[in-house]
Design a protein around this ligand. Structure first.
Ligand SMILES: [Zn+2]
Length: 455
C-alpha cells in the first residue's frame, strides 16, 4: 500500500511512459505499469504529462523587499515550480556572510511554500574569507558579477578578488556563477548615449552590445581554466557566449550555461515595443541572435533555462518611460517560465517532453548538485509538475501571485497549463489554488553543507 499513486504520462529520464508512481513518505517508491500499484489515494491525470518537479535556479525573492519568500514561492507553485534557488542580492543586505545566511534560512523555513536553496555572494572587497563558512552553512553556489549594478547590493568584483574567490570556491566543490558584462565599456557607452539625449528603449540594447557579454565571459573562462573552479554563466543572451563555453569545455573547463525565457521568446524589437517592462540585463538581442540561441538550446548546448525572476514594483519600471536608463532591469517570471517553455519547446517546437524535463529539472539539479531531485526515479523526492497540453489560458499580469504585476507577456494565450504542483508527495497547487501554508517549503542545503549543520 502506497500513500499515493500518481497516474499519467510520466516524463522519465529517457522516455515518456504511461504509468503509475507509488509515493511513500514523500518519496518515489515505485514506478509501474498502470493498474499494478495499490493505494486508497489515487491521482489520475489521464494523458497529461507528469514531469519531474521543475527547478528554477535563478530567482530573486528579495531584490524587492516587499516580495520575499512567501509571494515568490506562491507564484512559483502556481507556475509549476517545486524548487527554486534564490539569488543573494537582497535589498538592503546581500548574503555575503554567515550571519545573514543563517537569518535567511530561518526566514525561509517560516515562509516558503515550496523547497528553496540559497545562493551566496561575496562583499566587493575582503569578502572571500566568508566563502568556506557559507559553503559549510549550505550555500548552493556562489554568484558574483563583473558589472556594477549597485555598489553595495550587486557590485562589480575586481579580477584579483575573482581569482581569489574562484580558488576558494573550487576547494568547496560548489559552482561559481557570474553575471558577465563588461562594466567599463557599458558605463562609457551609457554616458555617451545620455549626453546625446538617446534615452529611448533601444538605447539600452545599443549600450550593451554583444561584445560586452562575450568579452566578460571569455575572461571568466580563462580564470576558470587557471583556478579549476566549476564555472556557471547565468542569463546568457547571445549565441557567441555558448560558442566560447563550448571551446573551453573541450579544454576541460567545467563550464555550464543558462539562458532565460525572455531571451528565447523576445528580441530587441520587443524592447522597443514594451519599453521598461522588457528591459533586462543583458538586454534582448536582435532576431538573428535569438535564432542562434534557439539553435544552441535545441542542440542541448545550453544546460538550463531559468526565469531570472525580478519582482520589481511598477514604480521602478515607470521611471523608465522617459529615460530607459532609469528603469530597473528584469521582470517577474516564476509563474510563466514553465508553461511558456512547454509551449515553445513541446507544443510548437516538437521537442520531446523528456528534453524539456532535462532543461527545467534534471540539469539544474545536476549543475547545482541537488540531491534527491531532478528526475522521476525511485528514491527521489516525489516532486512533480503536471501539465495538461490540451488546456490553453491567457497570461494576466494582475493575477500574478508575485507583487510584481507587470510582464511583456501579459495578454498572451499559452497552450499547456500547469494543473498540479506536487512537492514531496503533497499537492502544493491544484490548478486553482495554493493548498499549503507558509513553512511547508524546506531549505535545500548545498552539496558542501557541514554534517549536522541543520538538525
Ligand atoms: Zn538575476
Amino acid at each position: 500500500m502506497f500513500d499515493l499513486i500518481i497516474r499519467g504520462n510520466l516524463v522519465l529520464e529517457n522516455e515518456v511512459m504511461y504509468g503509475e508512481i507509488g509515493v511513500q513518505a514523500g518519496k518515489i517508491a515505485e514506478i509501474a505499469q498502470p493498474g499494478k500499484l495499490k493505494s486508497l489515494n489515487m491521482q489520475d491525470f489521464g494523458d497529461c504529462f507528469v514531469f519531474p518537479g521543475m527547478i528554477d535556479a535563478h530567482v530573486h525573492c528579495f531584490s524587492n523587499p516587499h516580495e520575499g519568500f512567501a509571494a515568490t514561492s506562491e507564484s512559483a507553485a502556481v507556475g509549476g515550480l517545486t524548487t527554486i534557488l534564490d539569488m543573494p542580492y537582497d535589498l538592503a543586505a546581500p548574503i555575503t556572510n554567515l550571519a545573514r545566511f543563517q537569518q535567511k534560512v530561518e526566514r525561509l523555513e517560516k515562509e516558503a511554500l515550496i523547497d528553496i536553496g540559497l545562493w551566496a555572494t561575496i562583499a566587493k572587497s575582503g569578502g572571500t574569507q566568508q566563502i568556506g563558512l557559507l559553503a559549510d552553512a549550505g550555500a548552493v553556489a556562489f554568484k558574483m558579477s563583473t558589472f556594477e549594478t549597485d555598489p553595495h547590493r550587486f557590485p562589480e568584483i575586481a579580477d584579483s578578488e575573482i581569482m581569489k574567490a574562484m580558488t576558494l570556491i573550487s576547494q568547496t566543490g560548489l559552482r561559481a556563477a557570474f553575471h558577465a558584462e563588461n562594466n567599463e565599456m557599458i558605463k562609457q557607452l551609457t554616458e555617451s548615449y545620455i549626453q546625446q539625449g538617446r534615452l529611448d528603449p533601444l538605447a539600452h540594447m545599443e549600450t550593451r552590445p554583444p561584445v560586452t557579454e562575450t568579452s566578460a565571459v571569455l575572461k571568466l573562462l580563462e580564470f576558470a581554466y587557471w583556478t579549476g573552479v566549476k564555472l556557471h554563466i547565468v542569463h546568457v543572451s547571445h549565441p557567441r557566449t555558448i560558442d566560447l563555453a563550448m571551446i573551453y569545455k573541450q579544454m576541460q573547463v567545467d563550464v555550464t550555461t543558462e539562458t532565460c525565457y525572455p531571451y528565447l521568446l523576445m528580441d530587441a524589437y520587443d524592447l522597443e515595443r514594451f519599453g521598461p517592462k522588457a528591459k533586462n540585463n543583458p538586454p534582448l538581442r536582435l532576431p538573428e541572435d535569438v535564432v542562434g540561441l534557439w539553435d544552441h538550446q535545441l542542440q542541448d548546448h545550453i544546460d538550463l533555462i531559468t526565469s531570472d525572476h525580478a519582482p520589481w514594483g511598477s514604480d521602478k519600471k515607470e521611471v523608465g518611460n522617459t529615460n530607459i536608463f532609469e528603469a530597473a532591469s528584469g521582470m517577474p517570471g516564476v509563474e510563466i517560465l514553465v508553461p511558456l517553455m512547454f509551449e515553445w519547446a513541446v507544443v510548437k517546437g516538437g521537442i520531446s517532453p523528456v528534453v524539456l524535463g532535462k532543461w527545467l529539472s534534471q540539469h539544474p539539479a545536476e549543475v547545482f548538485q541537488i540531491q534527491g531531485k531532478g528526475k522521476i526515479t525511485v528514491g527521489n523526492d516525489a516532486d512533480f509538475t503536471v501539465i495538461d497540453q490540451d488546456q490553453s489560458w491567457i497570461i494576466d499580469e494582475q493575477a500574478f501571485k508575485s507583487h510584481s504585476k507587470l510582464s511583456p507577456f501579459h495578454g498572451r494565450e499559452v497552450q499547456g497549463k500547469v494543473i498540479q504542483t506536487i512537492v514531496r508527495g503533497t499537492t502544493v497547487y491544484d490548478g486553482f489554488e495554493v493548498k499549503v501554508k507558509p513553512g511547508f517549503g524546506r531549505f535545500v542545503a548545498g552539496a558542501a553543507v557541514k554534517k549536522g549543520a541543520y538538525q
